[in-house]
Design a protein around this ligand. Structure first.
Ligand code: COI
Length: 356
């Protein structure tokens, strides 16, 4: 493929970098961003890296009205010798194209997007925090920016990549989170957009999350939209259960997001010869396992969440306290191995890392 040139306009000033000791998730942004435009008939063009700044959009832009937008999330790390490391970025670009297709949006050139991402990170490499538990979160996204109030796929789009130095996603960090099983609202149904990384999936989850937050829970666990019986995912992560020595996670079914961390954890478990199954799992089965003393661990996986142990699962008032509300040994081992591979403290036997 011929890589199109990227115009680079550097900022005249540099922002102050946040204190890594107090870094939260998603509140500060680097000095530059990448962007490109799309027009029907012309394709993607005008690739450029420019100073990070607000964007001007027509109030009739389709993204505001009908939510035609998709996003991705991945991370860059700096190893002890200063090398910049990206974790499986090609997987994110591939998934972004699946999401774009689901939303009737034009696909991006994955190679071009990776090239743009690499250039941007090279410019912003001093923004990658190195303290344990911190990283540079990368947010690629595409919006429909054509001004039109009819319900139809837009003819104009804009692609962005922005960067944000981050700490832990949950205030609990690696400590166990409390999760409420959602019985009233649903996130997605088969045939819907649950498998795509699109804004509407997150907006529709906010009400349940708000109620859960008021009750002291970090997130909700979504059940299937039809029978309200089978586990799907948590708002910001996929979910795993260790039951009687076997690790079980809901199978990808069209309404669950196919997490890249999820996929990596499945690979790691397999590598360690730990029995693992991707299948349907019902709340009844989880409750039975709990009552039989066989529910050993629950943890979530995600780019932002990394590995997040679950210490309590509340299903309709029935509270399951998992591993005495402590981080389980498997979640700890997975967290350590994954983050060590990501940061270059451990070998990468899977070739997940791209070094810049
Ligand atoms: C990610 O893990 O990268 C996500 O996009 C989840 C988001 C809710 C922060």
């Amino acid at each position: 493929m011929k890589i199109s040139p990227i115009q680079i306009k550097l900022s005249d000033s540099r922002k102050e970098k946040p204190n890594p000791e107090t870094l939260v998730f998603g509140r500060s942004f680097t000095d530059h961003m990448f962007t490109a435009d799309y027009e029907e008939g012309k394709g993607w063009h005008s690739y450029r890296i420019v100073p990070y700044a607000p964007v001007t959009l027509d109030p009739a832009a389709i993204v505001f009205h009908y939510g035609q937008t998709v996003f991705e999330g991945l991370k860059a790390y700096r190893s002890p010798d200063g090398t910049v490391r990206l974790f499986r970025p090609e997987e994110n670009m591939k998934r972004m194209n699946l999401s774009l297709d689901r939303l009737c949006m034009p696909k991006i050139d994955e190679e071009m997007a990776l090239h743009a991402l690499t250039k941007l990170i090279q410019i912003e490499k001093d923004w990658i925090p190195t303290l344990n538990g911190t990283s540079l979160y990368i947010r690629p996204f595409v919006i429909a920016n054509e001004a039109f109030l009819g319900v139809a796929p837009a003819k104009k789009y804009q692609f962005f990549i922005i960067l944000s130095p981050v700490g832990a996603y949950y205030k609990e960090g690696i400590h166990p989170v409390k999760i409420l099983v959602e019985n009233e609202f649903v996130r997605a149904v088969k045939g819907g957009t649950g498998g795509a990384k699109t804004a509407g999936n997150y907006a529709s989850g906010l009400k349940a999350q708000e109620v859960a937050g008021q009750r002291g829970y970090s997130q909700v666990l979504w059940l299937d939209g039809i029978e309200r019986k089978y586990v799907e995912e948590v708002g910001s992560m996929n979910i795993f259960f260790k039951i009687d020595g076997e690790v079980v996670t809901p199978a990808i079914n069209g309404s669950i997001l196919e997490g890249i961390t999820r996929k990596s954890i499945l690979q790691l478990l397999d590598y360690w010869n730990i029995p693992v199954a991707e299948r349907k799992i019902s709340m009844d089965e989880i409750r039975e396992a709990y009552e039989a003393g066989k529910l050993e661990e629950i943890f979530g996986t995600g780019t932002a969440a990394v590995i997040s142990p679950v210490g309590e699962l509340n299903w309709d008032g029935y509270k399951m306290i998992v591993n005495g509300s402590e981080t389980g040994p498997l979640a700890k081992q997975l967290f350590d191995t994954l983050t060590n591979i990501q940061t270059g403290k451990e070998e990468d036997p899977f070739n997940w890392i791209i070094e810049l």
